[in-house]
Each structure stands twice: as C-alpha cells, then as structure tokens.
Design a protein around this ligand. Sequence first.
Ligand code: NDP
Length: 479
Amino acid sequence: KSDPRGPLLRLRGIQSGSDIVIVFLRHRDLILSPVDPTSTLPSRLSRTMVRGIALLAALPAMTAAFVAPAVSTASSKSAAPAFVPMPESDLPSVCASTTGLSAMLSQTELPEKLYIPKEKEMPKVLGGLQIGLRKLVVITGASSGLGAACAETLTKTGRYFVILAVRDVEKMKKVAQDRGFPKGSYLPMKLELGNLQSVRDFVANLKAFKSARPLNNLICNAAVYKPTDPEPAWTDDGFEMSMGVNHLGHFLLVNLLLDDMKKAKNARVCIVGSITGNTNTVGGGLVYPQADLGKLQGLEQGGRNPIAMADGKPFFGAKAYKDAKVCNMMTVSELHRRYHETTGIVFSSMYPGCIAETALFREKRQWFRKLFPLFMKYVTGGYVDEKEAGDRLAQVIDDPQCNKSNVYWSWNGGAQTVGRWSADGKPRGAGGSGGEIFENTQSDAVRDLPTAIKMWEVSAKAVGLSEKEICKDVDPAAL
Ligand code: NDP
C-alpha cells in the first residue's frame, strides 16, 4: 500500500470456498496489473506466472481446474470471467496428483527477465515533433524523484527536448502529464538498466529517432537502493541489482554514446553521485557501512551471480549501493581522463542533497520514511526538497559556470559536516537546502587512480564493451 504505484496484485473471480494464497513478492520489484480481461498485461508478467497464481488460488477446487484467462483475451472489452476451465489434459502433471502446496509453489514461475528483447520498443519517429534549436538531453530514471523534477525544470525552460529514458514508459507518460511537462518537449523511451541488451536497444532507438542530430547532454540518474534485502537480487545479466543498474548499465550507456556526443558543441555528461559513496562526508564516512571496492576481486571475476559484491565478499545491500556510487564517481573521473581533452565533452558528478522523501527509500520501514525527512531537515540540515534538487541537477547541465570537467558539484557546504545554524536561520554546511553551488572534494577512495583504472577495465569487460563500441578518441596521455 505504501507503494505509489498502487496495489501489487488483485485477483478477480476467485471461487467462494477457495483458499487464497497471498504471495509477497519483494526482491524482484514487480509491478503486476490486475488480472483483468480488459487490462493489458505488462510484458514482464509472463503467461506462466498468471497461470501459476491462478492455480494457487484454486487449490481446493483442483478437479474443477480453473486457470486465468488466456493473455490473448487481454484486449477484449467483454466482461469475460477471470478464470475459465481448462481441459484436464493441459494441466501440469503436479495438479493431477495430490501434491501439497510446497510442490505447487515450486511450479510457480516468477518472471525470468526484467526485459524481453523480443518485445523491444519500436523505434520512435520524429513525426510531428519539432526539436528545432533546442538541445537534446537524455535523463535516465525520469519517472520519479530527482529525475522527474530535473526533467520538469529542463522542459519548462523551453530550451531542451528531453528524452525520458525509463523502465516503465506508461508510468512516465502519466508522470509527465501530472507534472505538466510542456507538450512537444519530451519523449519517453524504454530503458531497462538491469538488462544490457535493453541499453543497446535504447541507444539504437535513440539514434534512429534523432537521426544525424547529436546528443547534447546525458544525465545518468536512475538508481535502486536495497539496504534491507537479506539476499541479492540479480539483473538479467546476473549482476547484483545495485551494481548492475546504478553502475554497469550506466557505464555501458555512456560509452555507447560518446562517439555521438563528441559531435555536439558543449556536450555534457553528468552521473549523479552521492555523499554515501564519498567517505570524507558524514553520510559516507560515519554511517555504517562504508563504501569499499577492495581490490575489485568480485568484479574482476566477472561480477555475476553468485558473486554479489565488487570486492567479492558476501552480499550487503546498503554497501552494494555505496560501492556502486563510488563506481559512478570514478567513472566520471576516468571519462574525464580518457576523453575530455580529445572530445571536449564535459564530465561531472553531483550530490543533490538529501531528498529524503523519494521512492529511493521505498524499502525502508514506514516509521523511517516519516522520521528521516524530519531528521535530515532539523538535525543534520542535509534535507533538500525534490524541486530544489531537480533544479540543482538541471543547473549542472545548463549553467555556463558548470562547463568545467571532472567536478563533483555540491551546494550549501557539501555535507562534509552536519549542519550549523547560521544567522539567517538556515543550516549551513550539510549540503541541504539553499546555499551556493561549489566544487566539492572527492574522498581519497574515489580519487584512487589505480583502483579507478581497474574499475574501468573490469566494468568494460563485465558489460562486454566490444572493440567496435569503444570510442577510439582516448587521450594518449591517459594510457
Ligand atoms: P527514485 O527511486 O525516486 O528514482 C529512481 C529512478 O530510477 C526511478 O525513475 C526508477 O524507475 C529508476 N530505475 C530504477 N531501476 C531502474 C532500472 N532497472 N532501469 C531503469 N530505471 C530504473 O530515487 P531518487 O530520485 O531519490 O534518486 C535519483 C538519483 O539520486 C539516484 O542516482 C540516487 O542515488 C541519487 N541520490 C539520491 C539521494 C536522495 O536523498 N534521494 C541522495 C543522493 C543521491 P521507476 O520510476 O520505474 O521506479
């Protein structure tokens, strides 16, 4: 109920007297549409799964053998019953026996993939859209929080056409409408960062859409945070979810777009960082656990299931997020070292402040989600609201003073200390609301060159960056 995306699952037409089995799905971040003949099923919800859930709901009525309606009837507007009898011969053998619930559960398949390449989005066409003199910018994770606020700011300037690179295009359309993005200023496009083929498909679609016009700006903002998961979740390619989505997906995306962006004047790439990945801050240094890539033993061995952590150690969700943020910030400094001089692209990172109410904290308990914003606002002074944070991210792309590469931008003191109340009644020094933009200092861990070089090499290998895909303009001084 706490999830703004609505109830996870609603079954219709369950026979009275049936046992109802409620399945709590936690690790796969699933969104299921109601099993309703008039609704369309999202691609992630496989037919097998619908059938599996229906079978669970109908356990006592095994002989009657009801199953969910065929997916092919999904578009039908007729009020067909939610469950229709299926010939006994079609049932999995387990149903014909007196097998217990545990065996039934083992027959229930979860969707295997976050992204099914067969169902990839058709390339968008410019159609009636006029981009004109506006700059073209891609923002990942624009369907929520910081990304949505930044997209709103940029579209409303009238100077940007924003490609909203999101995993859920329908959700994005609604967010854009609710926030009043100006018509003709944006286009949602499918990007599932938990699947490397999806990243490649997105880039192909983007290129088809924009044709010869180069991409001016890229904002890598999307992220997941899984601090309470006892076990790792995996991307489709078998990487631990935080590392796979937050770092590796973006790493591939940026690399695939360099050749295109170097053709644009004043091109900028910003990868959103965090104090939590920066150990010289309160959030990153004093709040357990600290980010630590070790010698990157895990990623060096390929970083795929069952290897859950960059350093090869056992899974620790809160640390996995921080490790990924360190990799994000190191990616910026390596991009700068390798490509700034030769391509002119400006690479930066930023800390937006603590936007304590975003969906990033969706896994935290309810009491935490209530108290955390108050704590950040009144105790540490690190709080910033979504609108101000969105403006900050937009500033890094838009402000002439941010046309400097390899900078980690922050505001209001950068969160190296907890806030101190100043004469104007506002906290200073915590990276929260107000204050001026400044060039923050990265921690020694983020600036560690040998580790950054190794991080680049193992990441390139992990995402399978091919010779053809690598931008060849590497600064000879960086080799
Ligand atoms: P939100 O959870 O609100 O937004 C995250 C976005 O990432 C959502 O749009 C989400 O999509 C998208 N996303 C998640 N997984 C995937 C995926 N597999 N493929 C594609 N997109 C995906 O979090 P915030 O707005 O708070 O976070 C934005 C950025 O700001 C992150 O990089 C975070 O690390 C950083 N940050 C946030 C801070 C904070 O206090 N909130 C502080 C410091 C940094 P969907 O809408 O479908 O869920």
